[in-house]
Write a new protein. Structure first.
Length: 614
């Protein structure tokens, strides 16, 4: 096999989220990619997509993003690969994504050979593997039961690279994949062309998020692939990749940055290297290893319906009521429980208050919620969430709760006309069905099933208003001004901010402090530094111990899954169990993006002059 040397273009981190057409066409014309590959799936939005058969984005958004991609496919001969079609990657959404491609091809006169990959893993097979002890939790979740399998509205399996490899061997123009491990389509294309497995999977892990690893964070990225290394270049001329920004991306949404498990193996990043290239915008990456597991496993994702949700929202400005808000809210709860005895007696009939201005964002993780010395807010926003088995019961309870909040008495009350400022009319809002991830488990596959359980179907789209190769149009889609901008615009320099040698807060020494889901049952916290000196100062200070995390977030030691420093990214990572199931009843932060705030105030002591000198 010839030494591989080709490029892959990713227009954005999620099909349907949009990208700049000039950046895209610059990538097509300047880099001549062999493939456009984009991921379309995520559990970030919660379980509702599987439960309600909803796509992540609108039909219009998918058609908009697909348009230039299919134009490049037809006119420039660039293959297009899409993973996890529609968001959840269900068979229904693979078919719907195919209909979008058919619509564009019909309107534009394109002819394509399209391969679709669906999921053929039946519940009977899952029951069989479960009974044989071949299912295990994926993360901090309970063991799978037969009831979980039966009660799930939909179950999908996250395919690896093998089904995409099988589809590509038929030389299609376009591959539309069902639910897939996010890097799988990227890795498959590279593995079929002789790229080393560790390199292929490492590139896929980074490229499936588009330009997120660029500085500043961007959308579109190209990767130049070789057998033992790859190079990343953002398509925006105002962005650049750095060794630290690329290394740091392996922290994103992951339990830990040095071990990334997936179908069939684990990506080891201990030996990965990151080198800045001469252009100052490109980073060369090498050295990752993909270690196969003894048993090939895929992740199952399934959701169960819990009931129906009704919400209401309002504000409290009266300082007399704010001072006793907890007692007031619980008094209303007790009163409503007498009217509806089933309330709060089970998971599918519950009242939850979200009190914004106190702990609405972090809930039980909020360190200041019960701080006696914390100043009272001048106003509170209260979101009431009522889940019940039926829409009618959910509405009835919510209506009674809201009117009770409006009129219930409290100690020292002076305002006798009402306690609750409602911005909406009608005051109660139907929020639809509510679900939970009930199946989030690994299932063992037998040899060959990694391909056979994900069958490939070929579709030939023939349109009569084109006559083949002579209709190919490879002329430039860029204006002269756009070409000039790509040749002359440069990323802005990011000056290093000096830090006082005295005591400083984390917000004044770190350049990234963030939180994010790592799947539906974990929350991961990242702190990154712009220099080795700042990183080492914090590491020496030892101010991010498990004891500190327990104090800041009110979690038990057993809830802390990972607490480590990762030198290649000049970063610290901590992953904890999520205190509530993502996207289900009681959700406060669906994507987990606002749980980092307590870290901002961690005090880093004064720098030791002796240690600093070394």
């Amino acid at each position: 096999m010839a030494e591989p040397d080709f490029t892959i273009l990713t227009p954005n981190a999620m099909l349907g989220y949009g990208y700049r057409a000039d950046h895209f066409w610059h990538g097509i014309e300047h880099y001549r990619p062999a493939a456009i590959i984009v991921d379309s799936g995520s559990t970030d939005a919660g379980p509702y997509k599987l439960g309600m058969n909803k796509m992540t984005c609108s039909r219009e958004a998918y058609l908009r993003d697909l348009g230039p991609m299919l134009e490049a496919c037809f006119h420039f001969g660039v293959k297009v690969l899409i993973g996890s079609a529609g968001g959840d990657g269900s068979n229904a959404h693979v078919a719907e994504m195919l209909s979008f491609v058919e619509e564009i091809a019909r309107d534009k006169g394109y002819s394509f050979k399209v391969a679709t990959i669906t999921n053929d893993l039946s519940r009977a097979l899952i029951h069989q593997r479960l009974a044989g002890g071949h299912c295990s939790p994926c993360g901090p979740v309970a063991d799978l039961t037969a009831g979980d399998v039966d009660d799930a509205v939909t179950i999908v399996a996250q395919m690896g690279a093998e089904p995409f490899q099988a589809a590509l061997r038929g030389d299609p123009d376009i591959v539309l994949g069902g639910r897939a491990y996010d890097p799988a389509a990227f890795a498959a294309f590279c593995l079929n062309r002789g790229v080393a497995p560790g390199v292929a999977w490492h590139m896929g892990k980074i490229m499936e998020c588009g330009g997120i690893c660029a500085v500043p964070k961007g959308r579109s990225m190209v990767a130049r692939m070789q057998r033992d290394a790859f190079e990343l270049t953002p398509l925006s001329p105002l962005e650049k990749c750095t060794p630290v920004s690329v290394a740091a991306h392996t922290l994103y949404e992951k339990t830990r940055p040095d071990r990334l498990p997936g179908p069939g193996g684990v990506l080891h990043l201990d030996t990965a290297s990151y080198e800045q290239c001469a252009d100052g915008r490109t980073v060369r990456v090498a050295g990752a290893r993909f270690v196969p597991t003894p048993v090939y496993q895929v992740k199952l994702e399934g959701v169960a319906r819990l009931g129906h949700r009704t919400i209401f929202i309002g504000g409290v400005r009266d300082p007399i009521l704010i001072a006793q808000i907890d007692a007031f809210l619980e008094a209303v709860r007790t009163y409503i429980q007498k009217l509806f005895p089933a309330l709060d007696q089970s998971d599918n009939c519950r009242l939850i208050y979200h009190v914004y201005g106190r702990n609405g964002v972090m809930g039980p993780l909020e360190p200041t919620a019960h701080d006696a010395d914390a100043a009272l807010p001048h106003e509170l926003g209260i979101l009431g969430e009522v889940v019940a088995p039926t829409q009618a019961l959910s509405y009835a309870i919510a209506n009674n709760v809201r009117t009770s909040l409006l009129h219930f008495p409290y100690e020292g009350q002076l305002a006798t006309t009402g306690n609750f400022a409602s911005p909406l009319s009608p005051q109660e809002q139907d929020a639809g069905a509510v679900f939970r991830f009930s199946v989030y488990h690994l299932v063992d596959l037998q040899p060959g099933e990694e391909t056979s359980l994900f069958p490939v179907t070929v579709h030939h789209l023939q349109n009569n208003n084109n006559n083949g190769p002579q209709d190919k149009d490879t002329s430039s889609r860029l204006t002269d001004a756009q070409r000039t901008a790509f040749a002359t615009d440069k990323p802005a320099d990011i000056p290093e901010t000096p830090v006082s040698p005295g005591p400083v807060r984390m917000r004044d020494i770190a350049n990234v402090v963030r939180s994010k889901n790592s799947g539906p049952f974990e929350l991961t916290l990242d702190i990154m530094f712009s220099s080795a000196a700042k990183f080492e100062r914090v590491r020496r200070a030892d101010v991010l111990t498990n004891d500190v995390i327990q104090r800041l977030y009110g979690v038990a030691a057993s809830d802390i899954l990972v607490n480590m420093y990762f030198e290649p990214a000049l970063a610290w990572k901590c992953t904890i169990k999520r205190p509530w199931a993502q996207g289900s009843i009681g959700e406060r932060d669906t994507l987990g993006t606002q749980q980092h705030a307590p870290l901002l105030s961690v005090l880093v002591p004064a720098e030791d002059s002796t240690e600093a000198a070394t």
